[in-house]
Design a protein around this ligand. Sequence first.
Ligand code: PMP
Length: 292
Amino acid sequence: MSLLIYLDGAYVPREEAKVSVFDHGYLYGDGVFEGIRSYDGRVFKLMEHLQRLFEGAHHIMLEVPITLEEMAEATLETMRRNNLKNAYIRIVVSRGVGDLGLDPRKCPRATVVIIADKISLFPQEHYEKGLAVMTAATRQRCSNTLEPRIKSLNYLNNILVKIEAAHAGMMEAIMLNSQGYVVEGSGSNVFIVNKQGELITPPMYLGILEGITRNTALELARGEGIPVKEDIFTRHDLYTAQECFLTGTAAELIPVISIDRRVVGKGVPGPLTQKLMTLFHAYTHSNGTPVY
Ligand code: PMP
C-alpha cells in the first residue's frame, strides 16, 4: 500500500502528492516546516511543534489556511491513514502558488503538506558507541538576517554544513557563529559537560533554533538535580569538554565522542549523557498525544 500524504485537505498516494513549480516554497524556499516524532502511537510534543510552526508562519506573514487544532487533527489522521505508531512526521507550509516575482501577496493560498514516514539519521551503533563530529568552516548565517528561531524552508546554510561534514567523512558538523561561539549542529542542538559537571548549551540569544528536544533534555536534567547552564562557549570548550551530545527530533539524543579528532572525555559516551539518554527514552515513550 502506498504511503498517504496529506495535501491541502486530501489524503493522496505519495506518487500523486505533487506541488506546483510555481509554489514559492519551491521557487524561493518561502515557507516553514516541522519535524515531529511519534513513539508507540503517541505524538511527542505535538502542540509545541505546532506552536513553533505557527509562530514562524506568523513572523513571515504566512497565513496558515487551517487552525492549529485542525493541523493537529490532520497530523493524527495522517498517522492513522498509514497505520503508523512509530513515525517521523514532516509538516510543510509553503507560501503557495504565485507568479515568478518574489511578492508573497501574489500567492493567495498557502500549501499544506503532512508526511508521516520513517527517518534514520544516524546508524544505531552511534547511539551506543558515540559519534565523531567536526566543527564546520561554514559559519551560521548571521542571526540578524534571518531569525534562526524560524524553522524556514531556507536550509541552505545547514545543507552546506552537512556537505562539509560528508566531504570530511563525518556524519554531523557543529556550526559556530560569526563571532566564533558554538551555536548548533546542521539539524541539532549541542550540549557539553564541563569539568565542574555542569551541563551547558548555547543560550537562545545567540541565535539558534529553540529545539524541542533541547528543552526536553534541559527539563530532564533539571529534574535530576544536574546543574544546568545556558551559556556561550567556544571551540576550546568543546575540545576540553568531559562529555558532549547532540539533540534533535530526528537525531534524538546522541553522544559525541570526538570533535575535530580531539577525543571528548574518555572517548566513550559519558555517564551523564547515558543517564539522560535513558531518561529521554522513558519520557518519549510515556508522553505525547495519542493517535488512536
Ligand atoms: N537546530 C536546527 C538547525 C534544526 O534543524 C533542528 C531540528 N529541528 C534542531 C536544532 C533541533 O530541534 P528539535 O529538537 O526541535 O527537533
